[in-house]
Design a binder for this molecule. Structure first.
Ligand code: ADP
Ligand code: MG
Length: 595
């Protein structure tokens, strides 16, 4: 075939493909335009997860009517003049491509007005065909309406994920921008449903609550670090709060959401040894520096950057995060106090201790959900307040061994009580058992000696289509863990053997545990998957809270736990035990040093 120039229509669809991949990319570009226009309030409305409609309305400075046509043409921008400017960009946009791209793959209408004009203008672009601008009465600001995204690019439509997934991508994008710009107001809604609404009061923690829930938001640690022209602010999770993937690691650089492997690496290094293998922190971090220090023109969707001084940025981030983590959770002094590491979650140690204690109570022991009693003087919980500090009321560090424990008994069919050389230990039987099963399973797996036991009657398990596909992909791994599973029909599997470790438990439960909440793109390193699968199945197979254990079972669990390499946390990073030291008990009873 001879060489030909592409028609402008095809060329612009190709260009659009780089920037506009899915509804969330449209939202991103429009949001960025609104923020660049110094909007105080941005309202995003979607229909059918953005496939039918995305509308972004702002109260920014607007586009003059006579510039509307220019705004939608490729390489037209008000943010850049000379090529030098490229190296000191302080706006989010600069390529002049977004509106042109969006207009070429949808039906787009822009309505806008600037302050010094009486009337606003409106322009429609339909699959790249630009209409005639008209005059309209409207308030100052810009509204971009994008209908029927990809209606003229059916191949693109096919690549879109389910509404749930596309909607989640939009939610998470808008929430992250809201976090990055806490002084602006954001509102996201679909139909009558308001997904997110922020007040613009500058409080990041309340926005975080919308993203992760109040509990998580409360625990996040604040970071504020400044050094030689670099500034890092935001929130990071304490070591007790983790996820099984890196998706909740968020970085903004100069107000721009970026994915940067080296920044993630710096962050993970800061957490190194404080987290279990295969666990990742949650972060919303905002790095600021002179725009000349960072090249933002290296990725079509501006999602990646390059630093002028990569090493410096790396070490700044790593040190800042590490410092914050250590400030909140002092490193264990291994001996003589065996329980040195704290899981501290908030800034003020005093309130913190009470909260921890209250949590321990609330979770399973008692039903004291009345928050006021925690604060009142009479409450048994509050009475602990004056002298419990984090170094005394400890949860645990992942790797330090535990001393020999003498079993006292079980309380609430949930915790084991034991005495050690230095005080009292409360052990969460479920978490402890998870840890024990996990280490046994991983050890047998490592020795390539996985005792497997055949089932007398094979179990037949039916899974949802989505999970079955994931399971089919993982069958070889399951084999290595001692599961003999075979496809038995559409979405149906037969379990013929399972790890001897789990014998006596329901094979269907084990199989479901293996595939539950498997993420679509969960395919990191092989051994990471394996550890994850193992952790998941152990969680399901472990004794539950509320399950009465015989004396023998309790004792066996303690002995097994003592033998673990990392007895102090379950495979998901939660503590297996709480220690009340002799020292602390003495203070509590006014025997020593208490005021
Ligand atoms: P870029 O943002 O890279 O400049 P876009 O295609 O996104 O390119 O937008 C083109 C131009 O249209 C911008 O440079 C800006 O002048 C104008 N514009 C777009 N959206 C808005 C908005 N919401 N408010 C004010 N001006 C806007
Ligand atoms: Mg733009």
């Amino acid at each position: 075939m001879p060489i030909r120039l592409l028609s402008s229509e095809v060329a612009s669809q190709i260009a659009a493909g780089e920037v506009i991949e899915r509804p969330a990319s449209v939202v991103k570009e429009l949001l960025e335009n609104s923020l660049d226009a110094r909007a105080r309030m941005v309202t995003i409305t979607i229909e059918e997860a953005g496939k039918k409609l995305i509308e972004v309305a702002d109260d920014g400075f607007g586009i003059p009517s006579d510039e509307l046509e220019l705004a939608v043409s490729r390489h037209a921008t008000s943010k850049l003049v000379r090529s030098d400017d490229l190296f000191s960009i302080s706006t989010l946009g600069f390529r002049g491509e977004a509106l042109a791209s969006i207009g070429s793959v949808s039906r787009m209408t822009i309505t806008s007005r600037v302050e010094n004009e009486m009337e606003g203008g409106r322009l429609r672009v339909d699959g790249g065909k630009v209409g005639k601008p008209t005059k309209v009465g409207t308030t100052v600001g810009t509204t971009v309406r994008v209908e029927d995204l990809f209606y003229n690019v059916p191949a693109r439509l096919k690549f879109l994920k389910t509404d749930v997934t596309e909607r989640r991508a939009i939610d998470s994008l808008v929430t992250r921008y809201a976090l990055a710009y806490p002084d602006r107001r954001f509102k996201l809604s679909e139909g009558k449903n308001i997904t997110l609404q922020t007040s613009g009061d500058g409080d990041r923690r309340s926005i975080l609550a919308a993203l992760y829930g109040v509990d998580v938001a409360k625990q996040m640690l604040e970071i504020m670090s400044e050094e030689e022209g670099y500034r890092l602010t935001g929130l990071i999770s304490p070591t007790s709060l983790t996820r099984s993937n890196r998706k909740e690691i968020t970085f903004f650089i100069n107000g721009r959401w970026v994915h940067d492997a080296s920044l993630s690496m710096a962050l993970l290094q800061a957490y190194h040894t404080l987290l279990m293998v295969g666990r990742y922190p949650l972060t919303a971090l905002f790095l600021e520096m002179n725009p000349e220090e960072v090249d933002v023109n290296v990725h079509p969707a501006k999602a990646e950057v390059r630093f002028r001084n990569q090493d410096k940025v790396f070490s700044f981030v790593q040190r800042s995060v590490r410092k914050a983590l250590l400030a909140y959770s002092p490193i264990p002094n291994v001996a003589p106090s065996l329980w040195g590491s704290a899981r501290s979650v908030q800034a003020e140690p005093r309130r913190n201790a009470v909260t921890d204690w209250a949590i321990a109570h609330d979770e399973q022991l008692t039903a004291t959900s009345d928050q006021s009693s925690v604060d009142s003087e009479q409450s048994p919980v509050a009475s602990l307040q004056p002298s419990i500090t984090n170094s005394q009321l400890q949860t645990t560090s992942p790797t330090v061994a535990i001393p020999l424990l003498r079993l006292i008994g079980q309380i609430g069919a949930t915790y084991l009580v034991a005495e050690g050389p230095d005080g009292l230990y409360l052990i969460d039987q479920h978490a402890a058992h998870e840890r024990v099963l996990f280490e046994k399973l991983m050890a047998q797996h490592a020795m390539k000696n996985m005792p497997s036991q055949s089932l007398l009657t094979p179990a037949v398990v039916t899974l949802p289509p989505y999970s079955s596909q994931l399971l089919v992909n993982q069958l070889p791994i399951l084999q290595r863990f001692g599961f003999d599973v075979e496809e038995f029909g559409p979405n149906t599997f037969q379990v013929r053997a399972m790890p001897a470790l789990f014998m006596g438990s329901d094979p269907a439960v084990a199989l479901r545990a293996l595939v539950e909440d498997f993420e679509e793109d969960e395919s990191p390193f092989q051994n990471e998957i394996e550890a994850k699968l193992a952790a998941r199945v152990c969680k399901r197979m472990a004794v539950k809270a509320g399950q009465a254990l015989s004396n023998e079972e309790q004792r066996a669990l303690l002995i097994d736990l003592e033998a673990c390499d990392s007895p102090r946390t379950c495979p998901h990073g939660r503590p297996t035990m709480i220690h009340l030291s002799v020292d602390m008990l003495e203070r509590q009873f006014g025997r020593r040093g208490a005021r």
